[in-house]
Design a protein. Structure first.
Lengths: 255, 302
């Protein structure tokens, strides 16, 4: 009996860190984002702690926080010069690209997560942007098109990687701020918190953050989408009324 | 003061949009142009998606032209009969333009077609207007009377109609075609088309300058209403919040323009408008030929 217990203990020590029972406990400063008329972007404060049954094992612990927006297909075109004018070339449809993607880490990305884990957990931008059926002519340029999606969205402030943006205290408490820009698209955003030890993911925590238009924004958007004729007539009536009102007001004040 | 636009899905500075509407609206009152040829590029420049900029621009044009039209109606400087002939052409042209636009979208060349249209039309109209108005101003200084009417091919077309208010007896075909052409441009470029209609009415039809502005506003108003409805129903790209801000700025600007217009000299006004049109043309032309900073463009899947 004693020998078996010893063997189990040894086995436990030999197992990767995950078996030690390190878990991530996390919270967000807001569980939903409401887009109101005065919406100019938002900030989500992500915080948490590492829960342990036993004392922390040797080695460094790292945290990666990602926030991603709803994934949608994107059409990418490359401009070409023809007859001295820049013309859009044939389009390439990217099957899925998140509308927003933020990565925050405790350290340089390559030094804290292995390629295998990155691929398996779909952490990097290379994994979340998917191009499955590429046309034959694209072979040599495939990478250029995918990079273009990242570059354009980075310039719009929609994609960013902040290495070292997560602060970790005493190998236990961590926190970070994820800034959401004003040009957000509605949908369910996903926040992921990955706990890493020796390039491997020890634990993962996921939460959904619904981003919704509310109040007036909600009303106008759904009216425009569901009753476009009513919305169109209302827009025209509003335009004509404003035109008349301005004319009448001016005549009253400036005869 | 920032406002989040429900359809465009971007946050913009409300004061900037109000000022934009006001500036463009003043042109509407001054020259009888809707100002769309400036509004659409400016909106895209401040970050509004092009499809929303085009559709919302037409809604703003409806408001500005209605406001301007009311002033002209009171002054009796609207020639309804001519306006209706041009409007019929405009509706036909707009319907055709929507089809052309859909085709361009399919092959992904909207940007190029719109850019080329702007350069060609603004360039031609701007240069013609500049030359003409400079000549007219010079003649005026020398005390010569401006030649009003020329008899040409336009006077040999069938379907003649009498346009009493302008002292014209011409065929209904040229005004119809001018209206139709403007309708096509309205749908493709998101403009009212005044910048092409006003010179066409003066130089091609020989209409009296006094009724040209009011009459073109009449045509623009109805074509803008038609186009706004078409965009709202087929593309859901009319942003009423953006339109409201543009309209508030625009109607005020239009009133100011309509009031200071008569106090300015017509020749000077036309030189000013011609220079403005040429400036926009040069800017857009330059954008077409210069090496773009970003070679790739992203779009939704249509």
């Amino acid at each position: 009996m004693g020998r078996l217990a010893l063997a189990l203990m040894l086995a436990a020590l030999a197992l990767p860190a995950s078996a030690v029972g390190e878990e991530v406990v996390a919270g967000l400063s807001q569980t939903r984002v409401s887009i109101t008329t005065s919406f100019t972007g938002s900030e989500i404060f992500v915080f948490g702690a590492v829960k342990r049954e036993a004392p922390a094992p040797e080695g460094k612990i790292d945290v990666i926080v990602t926030v991603s927006g709803p994934s949608r297909p994107v059409l990418v075109r490359k401009k070409e010069r023809r007859f001295g004018v820049w013309v859009n070339g044939p389009g390439v449809q990217i099957d899925a690209a998140p509308s927003f993607y933020a990565v925050k880490t405790t350290g340089p990305f390559r030094e804290i997560i292995s390629w295998t884990e990155e691929l398996r957990r779909q952490v990097g931008l290379a994994e979340v942007i998917r191009l499955i059926d590429a046309p034959d002519w694209l072979v040599g340029e495939r990478g250029d098109y995918l990079e273009a999606v990242v570059r354009v969205r980075e310039n719009q402030g929609l994609y960013f990687i902040d290495e070292g943006g997560v602060s970790l205290v005493e190998e236990t408490l961590f926190e970070t701020n994820v800034a959401l820009p004003a040009n957000l698209v509605e949908g369910d955003y996903e926040a992921r918190i990955l706990l890493l030890r020796g390039l491997d993911v020890v634990d993962e925590h996921r939460t959904t953050i619904p981003v919704r238009k509310v109040g007036m924004e909600r009303f106008l958007h759904s009216l425009a989408m569901e009753l476009p004729a009513v919305y169109g007539v209302a827009s025209v009536v509003l335009a004509l009324f404003s035109g008349w009102a301005a004319s009448a007001l001016f005549r009253y004040f400036v005869p | 003061m920032h406002v989040y636009l429900p359809i465009a899905e971007v946050s913009v500075n409300a004061l900037l949009i109000l000022a934009l509407g006001g500036g463009v609206g003043m042109l509407s009152g001054l020259f009888g142009v809707g100002g769309g040829f400036l509004m659409t590029p400016l909106l895209i420049f401040v970050g509004i998606p092009p499809a929303v900029a085009v559709a919302t621009g037409t809604n703003q044009i409806a408001a500005a032209s209605f406001s301007g039209l009311l002033t002209h109606l009171r002054r009796r400087t609207v020639y309804i009969k001519m306006g209706i002939v041009m409007l019929l052409g405009g509706i036909a042209g707009s319907a055709l333009g929507v089809q052309v636009f859909a085709l361009l979208r399919e092959i992904g060349q909207v940007e190029l077609a719109v850019g080329l249209c702007y350069v060609v039309f603004l360039g031609t109209v701007g240069s013609l207007m500049l030359v003409e108005s400079l000549q007219a101003a010079a003649n005026l200084r020398r005390g010569r009377k401006r030649q009003h009417r020329r008899h040409g091919w336009i006077h040999h077309l069938p379907l003649k109609m009498r346009f009493r208010q302008s002292n014209l007896y011409i065929s209904a075909i040229p005004p119809f075609l001018i209206g139709a052409m403007v309708g096509v441009l309205a749908a493709i470029m998101g403009v009212g088309g005044g910048f092409i209609m006003v010179p066409a009415m003066i130089y091609l039809l020989g209409m009296a300058t006094a009724v040209v502005v009011g009459t073109s506003l009449f045509q623009i108003l109805f074509v803008a209403i038609f186009t706004t409805l078409a965009h709202a129903i087929t593309n859901q790209t009319v942003d009423v919040m953006l339109a409201f801000l543009l309209i508030v700025g625009g109607v005020v600007g239009a009133q100011v323009g309509a009031r200071i217009g008569p106090r300015l000299r017509a020749e000077q006004l036309r030189i000013l408008l011609a220079l403005l049109v040429l400036a926009v043309c040069l800017k857009l032309g330059w954008d077409l030929v210069r090496h773009p900073d970003e070679l790739f463009v992203l779009g939704g899947v249509g």
